[in-house]
Write a protein that binds this ligand. Structure first.
Ligand code: FAD
Length: 239
């Protein structure tokens, strides 16, 4: 199960953002909190880019780290499989099969086999006179996508809203949704003015861009229309 620890964040961020907005020009008489809420609600969110968070994310699968890396407006530092011996790698049991004893057993056998092959190739290369760096470089290619990796991840509040919007969605892979939820639980405690009313993209926008891809078990199906439904309704009115 992915682990998340907050390492650092921009302190006093509400005041900082409000200070920026006042330079820009804002109606007088609004409190710092009101300014920040207005900025988030109206999506003038370049102002909240001044707030940063740095997380320590561990016991995450390589599979999901690839998805995390797709979020380019963030800074990523990852555990290297070139410089670390991964003979005793930990791994994620995919949440989808967790609880199904038969499948979990099969999955563990596959991981054990990968572990043995990794160690065998590594040792054989050393025996044959390859350097440790060469042995690490080559044997890592047999590591499974489930292998645990470890990231230090820094992201600003605006980009984090984008991340949460995409990854709290029911369509996102279960492991990254779990990561997104854990991050959300941390940041909403620190800056409720920014994150209290943040959820998946559909919730944030009041319409769901997933259209037909929206899964049947989406909790907002009955409440939030799809983008296509809204556009189709305009077209019908225009006729
Ligand atoms: C359910 C789901 C399914 C997905 N399936 C796939 C898939 O099948 N294949 C796949 O490759 N990815 C897939 N993704 C990843 C997705 O396409 C995005 O790459 C990922 O979510 C990062 O989002 P982002 O680009 O908004 O974030 P960031 O990279 O953090 O970018 C933030 C924002 O900055 C702007 N931006 C960033 N870079 C550029 C740029 N180069 N040019 C213009 N604007 C930019 C955009 O407005 C962007 O929204 C999936 C994501 C989800 C949630």
């Amino acid at each position: 199960m992915v682990k998340v620890k907050l390492l650092r964040y921009t302190p006093d961020g509400v005041r900082l953002v409000a200070q920026g907005c006042r330079v820009s020009g804002i109606p007088e008489g609004l409190s710092d909190e009101e300014i920040v809420r207005m900025v988030v609600e109206n999506d003038y969110t370049s102002a909240i880019e001044h707030i940063y968070f740095t997380f320590d994310i561990s016991e995450m699968s390589v599979a999901i780290s690839r998805e995390l890396l797709e979020h380019r407006i963030a800074s990523h530092t990852a555990r290297s499989t070139r410089y670390n011996v991964e003979k005793d790698f930990g791994y994620v049991i995919p949440p989808t099969i967790d609880g199904d004893e038969e499948l979990v057993e099969m999955f563990k056998e596959a991981m054990e086999s990968a572990r043995q092959h990794y160690a065998k190739i590594f040792e054989k290369m050393l025996e044959k006179g390859y350097s440790k760096a060469e042995a690490l470089e080559a044997s890592r290619y047999v590591l499974p996508m489930a292998t645990h990796t470890h990231y230090i991840w820094t992201i600003n509040a605006r980009s984090l809203i984008n991340f949460l919007g995409l990854r709290l969605c029911k369509r996102a892979a279960p492991e990254i949704r779990e990561l997104a939820q854990k991050i959300y639980d941390i940041v909403v405690e620190i800056y409720p003015e920014i994150f209290k009313d943040i959820g998946c993209r559909g919730y944030n926008l009041g319409l769901c861009p997933e259209n037909e891809a929206r899964p049947k078990d989406c909790p907002f199906r009955a409440k939030i229309p799809t983008k296509k439904e809204i556009k189709d309704s305009w077209k019908k009115k225009d006729k």
